[in-house]
Design a binder for this molecule. Structure first.
Ligand code: G3I
Length: 371
């Protein structure tokens, strides 16, 4: 099955060698996808098609472990429409072809995000309050892959604490159209995706910190307002970028928040799970245990909620994580690595750079398969 330039899906599925390699990786001890399926959930990961095409070991692991794939960068407005009406679909078509060939579903991440608006569109929205720029973009992207994308992050990160009373982020969409930009975006998405699940995706709701307490409250208020307004909103994505520098996850607050989301008859997906480490000078086995223990605590609380239908990690192996060991991290440990070595990669994903399963892999698998 391939996606032609016209965007139509044609031809027979070419599983072939890929399936054989996939089976090899999955042979021992099952997979995250299988564990999730046993409990009626799904597991997926984000990534970039160029990396999967270039690295067979990573590709085999992704195909073996997942049911869902998420384009880390390929389905963002700034990447797709660099100039108005000129669409660069090559990378995204490649990603979607890969998913179709391997019978994976795709989460559509993401349609409107303040961090990925093409400069021409920012100018158009600010100067002319021209919704057609958004409508034409949605018309070009959403129907192109049909049912392959059955969940859309229609609006990503709409909340900004410490600002407006309604907590809405002061982004170009709000400036141009007011708070109802969210309503319009969902109505427009529903027009092109009558059967997909339409979602809001947000970060920073996991800890007992003032900003995160505020974000849970403001996000819930937004969800309530959208539901009361009859907006075609189906679910919430909680990005779940855990951060060991913030202390322990506030499991009771997260549970109460997710129960309140469930009471709005919305489903929930953990959409971008990974872990920013803190103790980089600890032995690797200790670092890996810290990561696994926190993910276990978090998923134990989250997956107790019936509203939560799946877990996606933001990458599958540490090799390409967006989470880097930064100069600020190193500055916290002066002289720690004067005799060479160093902390290596941030170790916040299920597989290490050698594609080996770490304790956090098994923590995720245990929690996914819990009913
Ligand atoms: O591909 C180009 C490369 O050709 C160029 O040399 C290089 C240097 O400029 O940039 C490369 O593109 C980068 C792209 O990632 C692919 O690596 C972009 O600059 C960079 O901005 C982009 O960052 C992504 C970011 O979203 C913005 O799209 C991260 O990989 C991705 O992990 C991150 O993901 C976000 C979610 O969408 C929303 N939630 C937070 C999450 C982490 O920030």
């Amino acid at each position: 099955m391939t996606i032609s330039r016209r965007g139509a899906i044609t031809g027979a599925v070419a599983a072939g060698a890929a399936l054989a390699c996939t089976r090899a990786f999955a042979a021992n001890r099952g997979t995250l996808g299988a564990a999730a399926a046993r409990a009626g959930r799904f597991f997926g990961c984000a990534g970039q098609i160029d990396q999967w095409n270039a690295e067979g070991d990573l590709r085999d692991a992704v195909l073996a472990e997942t049911d869902y794939l998420v384009p880390e960068v390929e389905l963002k407005w700034a990447a797709i429409e660099p100039n108005r009406g000129q669409f660069a679909f090559k990378s995204l078509d490649g990603f979607m072809n890969f998913a179709a060939r391997n019978r994976k579903k795709v989460r559509g991440h993401t349609l409107l995000w303040h961090d990925s608006v093409p400069p021409w569109a920012q100018a158009q929205l600010r100067e002319n309050r021209d919704w057609s720029a958004i409508g034409e973009y949605f018309a070009a992207v959403i129907p192109r892959y049909g049912g392959l994308i059955d969940q859309w992050d229609v609006v990503n990160e709409p909340i900004e604490t410490g600002g407006r009373m309604d907590g809405l982020r002061e982004n170009v969409f709000l400036e141009a159209f007011g708070p109802e930009y969210i309503d319009r975006a969902f109505a427009q998405a529903r027009q092109f995706a009558p059967n997909a699940k339409l979602m809001i995706n947000e970060y920073g709701i996991e800890y007992d910190l003032p900003e995160e307490r505020d974000r849970r409250y403001l996000l819930l208020k937004l969800l309530e307002r959208l539901r009361d307004s009859g907006v075609p909103l189906d679910g919430l994505g909680i990005q779940s970028h855990l951060d060991l520098r913030k202390g322990s996850v506030a499991v009771n607050a997260v549970s109460a928040f997710l129960k309140a989301v469930d009471d709005l008859d919305l489903f929930v997906v953990v959409t971008e799970l990974d872990v920013k480490e803190s103790a980089y000078t600890a032995p690797v086995d200790v670092r890996d245990r810290f990561v696994a223990d926190e993910v276990r605590r978090y998923l134990e609380a989250v997956l107790e909620q019936r509203a939560v239908t799946g877990v996606v990690t933001w990458g599958l192996c540490d090799r390409h994580s967006w989470l880097k060991v930064t100069p600020e991290d190193l500055a916290r440990f002066p002289g720690a690595w004067t005799h060479g070595g160093g902390p290596g990669l941030n170790r916040g994903l299920p597989l290490n750079a050698a594609m080996e399963r770490k304790p956090v892999y098994f923590a995720i698998k245990d929690q996914l398969s819990s009913t």
